[in-house]
Design a protein around this ligand. Structure first.
Ligand SMILES: [Zn+2]
Length: 293
C-alpha cells in the first residue's frame, strides 16, 4: 500500500462533525472527482474506502444513490472500483444541491478543512516523508486549481500552480506546510509519522552540521598551530631559547610541545594565565620575529 493510500484511508474514516462540514466535504469530493463536470458520471479509484465514501456522501448529502462497482479487471492506474451516477436526472439533483447552497459552502473555517479533506481524498498524493516532502493535487482544470489555491491560502498554506499537458495541478513543498495541511484535514497517524521522520532528519542534519563545524575548527587550529611551530623552530635553530625574548619563551615552549592546543588551552596552561587575545598576540610576535630574523 502506497503512503498516499495510507493517508487517504485514514482520512476516509473521519466523519464531518456538522451538516455544514458534510456539505463542504461532499463539494470537495464531487467537484474534484469531476462528478459535477458535464459529461462525467463515473469516478474510478484503487481504494474501496474512497469509492464507498463517495457513494455514502452522495446519498446522505444529495439523496442520490450511486452505484459502487467492483471492476472485473484493474483498469488504468490500477483502479479497481468505480462510482457511477445512475442517470442524468440523478446528476441534475446532485448539481442542484450545491447550486442551492450558493457561494457560502466554504465560508466557515471548519468547512474549509472538510472541503480540503474531500479534495485530497479524490485527487491528492503525498510522497513518503522519508524520501521527500511533496504533496500534490491533480486539480484538472485551471478553475479548480484556482479555487483550491484560494482555499489553501485561507488556511495559511501556500500552493504552487503548475500546468502538465492540458491539466493543472497544485503542489505543496516543505514539511511544515504539509504537516499543517494534514492536521487541518484531521489526520493524526500520518502527521505523527511525518513529524517523527522530520525530527530524525533535523536531528541528523544538525548533528552533521556540528561535526562538520567541529572539524573545520580543528583544521583551522592545526594549520595555524603548524605555522606557529615552524616559526618557533626556526627561532630556536638559530640561537636556542635564549634568542627568544624572555616574555615569549614560555608560550613558545608550550606551543611547540602541544601543537593541538587551542588558544584557550594555551592561556589556561601558562604559569600566569593571560587572555586568549594575549596568547594570540604573543604567537603573532613569535611569527614576526622568525620572519624578520
Ligand atoms: Zn463546517
Amino acid at each position: 500500500m502506497s503512503y498516499s493510500t495510507v493517508v487517504k484511508t485514514e482520512l476516509c474514516r473521519i466523519r464531518p462533525e456538522s451538516d455544514c462540514c458534510a456539505l463542504a466535504e461532499a463539494y470537495g469530493l464531487l467537484l474534484y472527482s469531476r462528478l459535477l463536470s458535464e459529461g462525467h458520471d463515473t469516478y474510478a479509484t484503487e481504494t474501496k474506502g474512497i469509492a464507498d465514501l463517495i457513494g455514502e456522501t452522495m446519498a446522505s448529502v444529495c439523496g442520490v444513490y450511486a452505484d459502487v462497482i467492483t471492476l472485473p479487471k484493474s483498469g488504468r492506474n490500477g483502479c479497481k472500483y468505480m462510482v457511477k451516477i445512475p442517470n442524468s436526472e440523478q446528476k441534475k439533483l446532485i448539481c442542484m444541491r450545491f447550486a442551492e447552497a450558493g457561494g457560502g459552502i466554504l465560508d466557515k473555517e471548519c468547512c474549509v478543512a472538510a472541503f480540503l479533506r474531500g479534495v485530497f481524498i479524490v485527487c491528492g498524493t503525498v510522497t513518503e516523508p522519508s524520501r521527500d516532502y511533496h504533496l500534490e493535487f491533480l486539480a484538472g482544470s485551471e478553475r479548480r486549481c484556482d479555487i483550491l489555491a484560494d482555499t489553501l491560502s485561507r488556511a495559511g498554506i501556500r500552493g504552487h500552480k503548475l500546468q502538465r499537458g492540458d491539466r493543472w495541478l497544485l503542489y505543496i513543498k516543505g514539511a511544515d506546510d504539509i504537516i499543517s495541511l494534514l492536521k487541518k484535514m484531521g489526520s493524526v497517524y500520518s502527521v505523527q509519522s511525518i513529524e517523527t521522520t522530520k525530527n530524525v532528519r533535523d536531528f541528523r542534519n544538525n548533528a552533521n552540521r556540528l561535526v562538520n563545524c567541529d572539524q573545520a575548527n580543528i583544521d583551522r587550529t592545526l594549520s595555524a598551530s603548524q605555522q606557529q611551530c615552524a616559526a618557533i623552530r626556526r627561532l630556536i635553530e638559530k640561537k636556542g631559547y635564549a634568542g627568544i625574548p624572555p616574555e615569549l619563551r614560555e608560550i613558545a615552549r608550550l606551543r611547540l610541545e602541544n601543537p593541538e592546543m587551542t588558544l584557550r588551552d594555551l592561556s589556561e596552561n601558562l604559569s600566569e594565565p593571560i587572555t586568549r587575545s594575549g596568547v594570540n598576540h604573543r604567537l603573532k610576535k613569535l611569527m614576526e620575529l622568525a620572519e624578520n630574523q
